[in-house]
Design a protein around this ligand. Structure first.
Ligand SMILES: Cc1ncc(COP(=O)(O)OP(=O)(O)O)c(N)n1
Ligand SMILES: Cc1ncsc1CCOP(=O)(O)O
Ligand SMILES: [Mg+2]
Length: 208
């Protein structure tokens, strides 16, 4: 499977009261990867929501990724995204098996991406590229990093942080494979607008 296109990420506060409706609207518009990102410790709710997302993803032929939590990913037999403080990649691969998608946060550092590749990641993620309402304190980087990554990083590259339809095109032009988006996708007033945005993000790849 080619990892290229929109990488939709959920946010439990932003999606409160409209969680599954907005996720389904995004899937309707086309989502390559869907990440369940919930920073709470409410394990029962997290399990229930992740199971509901897995069922939705199966209907839309989309791969589900769990943020931070390799154990939950293993329980659901889906992929995981691990940041630099979320635990090592090698045991996660052992736990999840060869076919699971495992992604790694590399901030603005190519050496972290090369290390993640050596440790068996399926994609690497750089960011934040723009101001992010969701994670304002994330380390900043710019498109020069994507230029530098060309030739050095063979894995698909996800970009994240403040990405909207207005600023995403240069990231794709500079080699991004996956646009990882929270607010720029789900910060919409209606399900119809979420679907429109998802389609528009994907269209950026068709013309690249
Ligand atoms: C696709 C993608 N890229 C980066 C991140 C950030 O991961 P991390 O640094 O572990 O921060 P949190 O998301 O856990 O707050 C991500 N989740 N997804
Ligand atoms: C999790 C994360 N890591 C770096 S920026 C970010 C937040 C992305 O959310 P948004 O698309 O709303 O800026
Ligand atoms: Mg994390």
């Amino acid at each position: 499977m080619k990892l290229r296109g929109l990488y939709a990420i959920t946010d439990s506060q932003l999606l409160a009261g409209r969680f599954l409706a907005y996720v389904e609207a995004a899937l309707e518009g086309g989502v390559t990867l869907l990440q369940y990102r919930d920073k709470s410790q409410d394990h029962a709710r997290r399990l229930g929501e992740a199971e509901a997302l897995k069922a939705l993803c199966e209907r839309y032929n989309t791969r589900l990724i769990i943020n931070d939590d390799a154990e939950l990913a293993a329980r659901l037999d889906v992929g995981v995204h691990l940041g630099q403080t979320d635990g090592p990649l090698t045991p996660a691969r052992t736990l999840l098996g060869r076919s699971a998608i495992i992604g790694a946060t590399c901030h603005a550092q190519l050496d972290l991406a090369e290390q993640a590749a050596r440790e068996g990641a399926d994609y690497v993620a750089f960011g934040r590229f723009f101001n992010s309402v969701t994670k304002p304190g994330a380390p900043a980087c710019n498109v020069q990093l994507l230029d530098d990554a060309r030739g050095r990083i063979k894995l698909p590259i996800a970009v994240i942080g403040g990405i909207t339809l207005d600023n995403a095109a240069p990231l794709v032009a500079h080699g991004a494979d996956l646009l990882a988006v929270i607010h720029g996708l789900f910060g919409a007033d209606s399900t119809a607008e979420v679907t429109r945005r998802a389609r528009a993000f994907n269209a950026l790849f068709a013309s690249a």
